[in-house]
Unconditional design. Structure first.
Length: 87
């Protein structure tokens, strides 16, 4: 069975090299401190509700499907057997 993976990250280095060519980028907007952050006591010292918690930045995303390693091994064994049969 194939497994679909989506990676959304702030740096291309977090995306496996073989999938970087298919990555797309987008601009993530400013993330602000909220009243909920304040209610939960999560505001940094000196920060207020509405202040920028994380500035706008470029993000990268890619989705790819990888075959189950057992399936890959089985397909290789079948190909090897078929190649021997043709000899």
């Amino acid at each position: 069975m194939a497994e679909t993976t989506t990676i959304d990250t702030h740096t291309l280095e977090m995306i496996p090299e073989e999938h970087r060519a298919n990555a797309t980028s987008y601009e993530a907007p400013d993330v602000l401190w909220t009243q909920k952050d304040a209610d939960w006591g999560k505001l940094k010292e000196g920060a207020s509700v509405g202040d920028v918690r994380e500035p706008a930045h470029t993000r990268y995303t890619v989705t790819f499907t990888e075959k189950d390693p057992e399936l890959v091994a089985l397909e290789k064994r079948i190909a090897d057997l078929e190649a021997k049969k043709l000899e």
